[in-house]
Write a protein that binds this ligand. Sequence first.
Ligand SMILES: Cc1cc2nc3c(=O)[nH]c(=O)nc-3n(C[C@H](O)[C@H](O)[C@H](O)COP(=O)(O)O)c2cc1C
Length: 393
Amino acid sequence: MIDPGFFRRVLGNFPTGVAVITGLDAGGAPVGLAVGSFASASLDPPLVAFFPDRSSSSWPRIAATGRFCVNILGFDQEAVCRTFAVRGGDKFAELSWRSAPSGAPVLDGVVAWIDCDLEAVHPAGDHDLVLGRVRTLDVGRSVLPLVFFQGGYGRFSPLSLAAWEGDLAVQLRTADLARPQLEDLAARFAAECVASAAVGDEMVLVANASAGSSGELAPRVGQRIPFLPPLGTAFVAWAGPLARRAWLDRAGKDSPPGTVAALEETLAQVRAAGYSVGRGRDWHGALNTVLAKADPTDPADPGHDAIRRLIRSLPPGYESPAVASPEGQVPRRHADELRTLSAPVFGRDGTAVLVLTLIGVHRPLDGGGDDPVAALRAAAATVTTALGGAQPT
Ligand SMILES: Cc1cc2nc3c(=O)[nH]c(=O)nc-3n(C[C@H](O)[C@H](O)[C@H](O)COP(=O)(O)O)c2cc1C
């Protein structure tokens, strides 16, 4: 006899997604339960599977109607999972949902849903193996899914962006190395100069220096914004194809046709120029407003969705330096719009460990006097050398 606790502990090493199986009972009331045993089973015919416990109180009520919907939860829906992992009761009291074609509930905010007719139920020990024939299915919110592993919840993170995983220790040490450069640039151009690191799916501001007279809202250390296209090109432009692909995938499936090609073009332009820009005072104003409202400690705060929507509304060439002339000069008519200039600092393995950004260089980059683009790139190169790093060729 295998010890049940040991069985669970060993099997807990296999990570699963989390789905909520929903349906209507015979009286038309919504019912559901959380499962980690959902899987795709067959393409032709289209079948999916999961294993309900024989002791489940909700599953028999759903099964009696012969229809159910599988709801794949997003990374920020742990609370929804917990609600549906409780036995019986009205689990829908606090939730919004709409009906799938079968009538079964599609929960708000899910990553995907699969509406099914009950195809077969096979006994499987103290569980049943349920097969559902897919009637219709769709993707929902394009966010990372919720993952269950070793008894805890987490989220998926693409390996190809693993260069930017981990804690902030390395980036913070590097930011210390960059501090004299940040202060020098801020003073020379009467601007803000900040260093950011990419960590997982966010860019985090790790150091800042301010000349105090730029009139810009000073961004705070610790401020995070999503590492989502079209933002973050200075991190990605020199990265390998897998990391670039993972970043491009974050543009989401709903982006207009041609977006990925346009983003790739922007990356090529950033690489060729050696820096990226950020335009649009209005956009930065709107971003600061939503950032100020969203609670960074609460991933379920709707403000985070507002930030993502705002970023996704930007054109793919938002950070492109291509309006600049070959010498890196920006025509006068763009100077008002120009708000940030960014250049990467490379580590030993050629990964962009930090991006240095000058914010609020008000004068046109007309090539006269002290050139902020040249100064920023020189500063980034100095920090790269101090790190023993090198720009990938
Ligand atoms: C991450 C996770 C995965 C779960 N996977 C399953 C599963 O595959 N099958 C199952 O019957 N119960 C699973 N459960 C437990 C049920 O959600 C739980 O027993 C629930 O109380 C059942 O509700 P019910 O009695 O209303 O049917 C899981 C729970 C969690 C938190």
